[in-house]
Design a protein around this ligand. Structure first.
Ligand SMILES: [Zn+2]
Ligand SMILES: [Zn+2]
Length: 110
C-alpha cells in the first residue's frame, strides 16, 4: 500500500520496525510515509476520546490504539454501515434542484 498522501511506495526497512505509520483517514485505513509524517496538515481521523491519530480500521469499526475507544466507521454518513471505504461524493443538493427546474421547463411550468 503506497503513502495515501504522496503515493510513495513503502520500501523494506533495513532493520527494525518500519518508519511508516498507519492511520485512518475518512474511515479508510491508510499508510503515511516518514516524509509526510513531518507534515502538520495530515488529514487523519482522530480518536474522539483522546484525539490520538493511532487508529486502526477494520470490519466497519475504527479502534483507537492509544485508549481502546471504538467507534463505527461511517459515522455521520447516515447509517453507520461503513466498510472502511473512502467516502463517496454524494449528489449535491443543488443538482437535485437543477434537475427539478429542468423538468419544470420541459413540462411547461413556470
Ligand atoms: Zn508520503
Ligand atoms: Zn483514543
Amino acid at each position: 500500500m503506497p503513502c495515501y498522501r504522496c503515493g510513495a511506495r513503502q520500501t523494506d526497512p533495513v532493520r527494525g520496525a518500519s518508519p511508516w505509520k498507519r492511520g485512518v483517514s475518512a474511515d479508510a485505513q491508510v499508510l503515511i510515509c516518514p516524509e509526510c509524517q513531518r507534515s502538520h496538515d495530515l488529514d487523519l481521523d482522530t480518536c474522539s476520546s483522546c484525539a490520538s491519530t493511532a487508529l486502526i480500521c477494520r470490519l466497519g469499526e475504527v479502534e483507537c490504539r492509544s485508549c481502546g475507544h471504538v467507534r463505527s466507521a461511517g459515522e455521520g454518513q447516515g447509517g453507520g454501515q461503513g466498510e472502511c471505504l473512502p467516502k463517496r461524493p454524494s449528489v449535491p443538493a443543488d443538482l437535485a434542484a437543477e434537475v427539478e427546474a429542468a423538468l419544470s421547463r420541459v413540462l411547461g411550468r413556470s
